[in-house]
Design a protein around this ligand. Structure first.
Ligand SMILES: NC(=O)c1ccc[n+]([C@@H]2O[C@H](COP(=O)([O-])OP(=O)(O)OC[C@H]3O[C@@H](n4cnc5c(N)ncnc54)[C@H](OP(=O)(O)O)[C@@H]3O)[C@@H](O)[C@H]2O)c1
Length: 250
């Protein structure tokens, strides 16, 4: 049975991806700092395991990379974690940028490098990163996120060309506004900075989404799960918005 590593799999979009992959009969190795919202049912599934790791911590990432390099039958990885702090460029600190780079870019880069030799030996694999629509359309008050997502977009495209000949595909999912804890954080942060109520800010966002609602986590998990699946064998180097039509020109 093939194993897939899902980073940030204890809540939100990562957890929805875990559920999708378990239903597809993959073994799932979930990486997070806590048990989050993982249900007893999932813990009871023999194909599920959890490794606790803080991806923002370089030492913990190094230990995790060694552990992953020694696990057999890894087929793929989903790079994912909580989004960075909100705010404009003028107030973004070096510490915020470094934390975002550590948790997302460096974690993805180091963990992928740990499993790549195995994927090559096994004849193929899948690398998927859950990023954000802000990779393409930078949003106000999301300076660290916008910057990080641009870096991830180009990391993916570069790697996708390098490893394609090994039957390894590298793709991104770009979620739009989706109903998770992260969305609540963004609504709290940005509405306060804009001096409007959370409800007014939520309604303002929904009015910009052609489907007239926030996404559901499982709608993101379904696309990440497809990109991990064998069926997605010729999809490579792309970034797929899953946003109810929010992105004007994908
Ligand atoms: N939801 C949206 O509307 C939306 C839209 C666009 C983009 N995104 C992006 O999609 C990604 C996932 O969002 P989400 O809504 O699913 O977020 P979420 O609900 O906050 O879940 C984040 C997950 O990452 C884990 N995590 C966070 N920091 C970690 C760390 N340092 N080390 C290990 N695991 C960590 C969390 O588990 P623990 O707390 O247990 O560690 C949790 O499982 C984020 O980058 C977010 O910005 C979300």
């Amino acid at each position: 049975m093939k194993s897939v590593v899902v980073c940030g799999g204890s809540k939100g979009l990562g957890l929805a991806t875990v559920k999708n992959l378990l239903a597809k009969e993959f073994k799932v190795i979930c990486i997070s700092r806590s048990k989050g919202s993982i249900s007893e049912d999932i813990f009871a599934n023999e194909n599920f395991s959890l490794i606790l790791c803080d991806l923002s911590n370089a030492e913990q990432r190094a230990t995790l990379a060694l552990d992953l390099a020694n696990i057999e039958n890894i087929w793929g990885i989903v790079n994912n974690a909580s989004g960075p702090a909100t705010g404009p460029v003028e107030s973004a600190s070096r510490a915020e940028y470094l934390k975002a780079l550590d948790t997302h870019l460096f974690a993805s880069d180091e963990l992928v490098k740990a499993i790549l030799p195995q994927l090559k030996r096994n004849g193929g694999g899948r690398i998927v990163s859950i990023i954000s629509v802000t990779a393409r359309i930078p949003l106000e008050n999301m300076s660290v996120s916008n910057t990080l997502r641009g870096a991830m977009l180009n990391w993916t495209k570069t790697l996708s060309k390098e490893v394609a000949r090994f039957n390894i595909t590298v793709n991104n999912v770009l979620p739009g506004y989706t109903d998770t804890e992260r969305l609540l954080e963004v609504i709290d942060g940005v509405s306060a900075k804009q001096g409007i109520s959370k409800d007014d800010y939520s309604n303002k966002i929904i009015s910009q989404i052609p489907m007239g609602r926030f996404g559901r986590p499982e709608e993101i998990g379904a696309v990440a799960g497809f990109l991990i699946s064998e069926e997605a064998s010729f999809v490579n180097g792309v970034s797929i918005p899953v946003d109810g039509g929010w992105t004007p020109c994908p």
